[in-house]
Design a protein. Sequence first.
Length: 154
Amino acid sequence: MTAPLTSFTQKATPHALALFRIVVGLLFACHGASSLFGVLGGAMGQGGTVPTGAWPGWYAAVIQLAGGALVMLGLGTRAAAFVSSGSMAYAYFSAHQGTALWPIQNGGEASAMFCWAFLLIVFTGPGAWALDRVFFGGREQQPTLTAQREPSAA
């Protein structure tokens, strides 16, 4: 009885990865847009924008907007996700970790979740519906997320 379910989940995996990539990218891009343009509540939810060139906030917002948009569109996905993951690791350790050990205590849940979500995208790839496939002909091999069996030496 598990064979039909396994078959369905294997066929659905690239589409689920694409939906995950699109949602994570969109949410990340919204953070950048709010900080750079003052939309969606503005910088830090306080309205306004981050001053141009201010370290590290303005640079983080540019990475959020550009990285989130690229990941959402599936264009240069792995590279954009890698840079985005690194920026969130930096944010967590520089802005949150010093106040308390756990993300729930130090307000770093979003940074930690984005960091790990983007790292997952680095390893799984963009899934289906990525612009990389349109521009580069789908040369990137899609992961199957299942263990590959070694051929027997018999």
